[in-house]
Design a protein around this ligand. Sequence first.
Ligand code: GUN
Ligand code: ZN
Length: 425
Amino acid sequence: MADLLLGQVLSFSADPFEAGPEAARIDEAVLVEAGRIVATGSRDALTRAHPQAQVTDYGTSVISAGFVDAHVHYPQTAIIASWGKRLIDWLNSYTFPEEMRFADPAYAQAVANRYLDLTRAHGTTSVCSYATIHPASVDALMGAAQARGQRIWTGKTCMDRNAPEGLRDTAQSAHDDSAALLAKWHGVDRLSYVITPRFSPTSTPEQLEAMGALWATNPSCLMQTHLSEQTDEIAWVKDLFPDARDYLDTYERFGLLGKGGLYGHAIHLEPREKDRLREVDGSLIHCPTSNTFIGSGLFDMAGLKSAGHRVGLATDTGGGSSFSMLRTMAAAYEVSQLRGHALHPAQLWWLATQGSARSLHADHQIGNIAPGLEADLVVIDLASTPAIAQASARADTLWQALFPTIMMGDDRAVQAVWIGGKRAA
Ligand code: GUN
Ligand code: ZN
């Protein structure tokens, strides 16, 4: 049976960084059937053409593609908002001890479900997550997402040095365990495996080489890692890899630079790194709440987008301080303001939906409302709190009405979530 959803249906016909806010369009209705978007249009025309469809009227609420979070660590759910550290200290004090607990598959299962509950409540329908070193941590998130019909990406996080005992694998076991998980999950239902070397400081050259070889034999997989997040980290990478031209070269020389590569943070890039990332069309994933929370720096959104980089947006839970892509858009706005550029609400919304989907090479499946795409939707109440309601009441345009929700909204703004064409929250 088809569903007809009525509201302000927001979609994009182009990238608003290139085409301006006119890249967005508003329709009155969207028709969903068998898990996919069938049509958008006027409520009269679609109601007349599909008299059997079950109608849900969301009034003046915005119906958008569900949010796509392109870089998260689901195992860090419980340590979100941990006080007072910067990257390396934060990893050693909070992150690694918590990730150790995922040796227990029952704990991994419980956190995976809690994480997907929390993100769904915030309107996020797809995520690309790191797991932990433990293969069962991949099984936990894949299984939980499969049961909910969600499109997700995850992979076993590989580390064979500079991590505590119990959180280290080897070059060989990382390769073999990743290959086995890939064979088990990649392409099953809506699940994709991501080859996941954590970052250069926690992998030996041998492990990076093994990951590069695995990617070369499985080019349909994405590969995710971290790049140039903090200046101390970059100095450490230079010590660990004295022959490397720069941080990116520690990936490039081992076959870990390419289209389908997801480079989290990418803040302090050298000119050669930017040029190479642009040449190969690698994805840069901006994690603004993490960058301010851990004190990493200010991502150059305007410069990198105008140079033609592929950019996605992400929470980086739990280095990021929120599960909400609304809060993440607000932080992206603030970070960009500190660099002298006011991002338009259309650009922010595009980044949280189609831009992130594009960064995951999945924009033909998710991240927009268009016929044939999978029906993952979020319905946004434009007056979810008194503070937001009084600001949006003055709006003359949709963007003016939406911006207070972008800046001040949270899970209270999420009126409904549809996953794979079914009401999920
Ligand atoms: N660099 C390597 N691992 C991590 C992580 O878990 N979080 C963040 N923010 N940066 C990292
Ligand atoms: Zn991360």
